[in-house]
Design a protein around this ligand. Structure first.
Ligand code: GLU
Length: 290
């Protein structure tokens, strides 16, 4: 397993950008915009463009969607460096990252079911909300070390959460830079004790994306503004795991003529459907304005 390089060992200043879809469906116009946005940012700077499959959710990701995404991007005229990194093939990397956080005393097992969390939250009428909904109320944070060990040893299903208050205290104040929005003070605490390893897989979106961007030497992370707040958590993980800090560019989200974001429900606006309807790659590029 390779470890991400610290920033000072980077030999050059080439821009490295990436498109990182989850193969849970066909690409639609919103994805096309995002992929072209990343690729053009790389090409404009004479940089490199990577494609990464974020396929850590075995229940939703499918190899046929992975193949369809590559086919659709190639049809659109995009080229990327091979091999494509597939997160499901690198679970050991994420275990390693978890062990580093564990060694800092920042993880704890959480045995709560979704229903238990809902019930706990319902008892607290003013439960705080974050970008992903209601914050985890912290039930398992106060479990004793011996209780945790006994429940884990008994095989009780659990995820691993970051002790956010302790993590923020260790990291101290942090900032990151977005090309559109400027310098941001990191506010990871708005997410509460985020899940870093799910019950069924030894990672989560936040951990895998942060680790992989560092490992792959990504210097410019482009993605939609729907993920803007997540970057606060990623910046914290970079500090805790001693990873380089890329620049960010969160782009606008493409919407349909009623102002709605494109989603999987918009079957007629998948690249596949547009191609079958006789649209050319140039027409699709014009539709997304890139
Ligand atoms: N895999 C994420 C998604 O499909 C995007 C990851 C990222 O760009 O940070 O929404």
């Amino acid at each position: 397993m390779k470890s991400p390089q610290p920033p000072e060992s980077r030999a050059d200043h080439t821009i490295v950008a990436r498109f990182a879809p989850s193969p849970t469906g066909y690409l639609h116009l919103g994805h096309a915009f995002s992929a072209l946005f990343a690729e053009s940012a790389a090409r404009a700077a004479d940089g490199r463009f990577l494609l990464r499959m974020e396929d850590i959710d075995p229940g939703r990701c499918r190899p046929d969607f992975d193949a369809a995404i590559r086919e659709d991007l190639a049809w659109l005229g995009l080229t990327w460096e091979e091999p494509v990194r597939r997160q499901s093939e690198h679970l050991e990397d994420y275990r390693h990252a978890l062990a580093l956080l564990e060694a800092r005393g920042l993880l704890y097992p959480c045995f709560c079911t979704r229903r238990e969390i809902q019930e706990e939250v319902a008892r607290a009428p003013h439960a705080p909300h974050g970008p992903d909904g209601v914050l985890y109320p912290g039930t398992c944070r106060s479990c004793s070390t011996s209780e945790r060990a006994a429940r884990v040893a008994a095989g009780e299903a659990h995820c691993l959460r970051l002790d956010m208050a302790a993590a923020v205290a260790q990291a101290g104040p942090l900032t990151w830079h977005d090309r559109a929005a400027g310098v941001q003070a990191a506010r990871p605490e708005v997410f509460g004790d985020v899940v870093l390893a799910r019950k069924e897989t030894p990672t989560s979106y936040h951990l895998a994306v942060t680790w992989d961007d560092a490992l792959q030497g990504v210097t410019l992370v482009t993605r939609g503004t729907d993920l803007f707040e997540s970057t606060h958590v990623h910046r914290l993980l970079q500090a805790l795991l001693d990873l380089p800090v890329p620049e960010y560019h969160h782009h606008r989200l493409l919407t349909d003529d009623q102002g709605r974001r494109y989603a999987k429900r918009d079957r007629s606006l998948t690249l596949r459907a547009l191609r079958e309807a006789g649209r050319t790659p140039a027409e699709v590029r014009a539709m997304v304005g890139l």
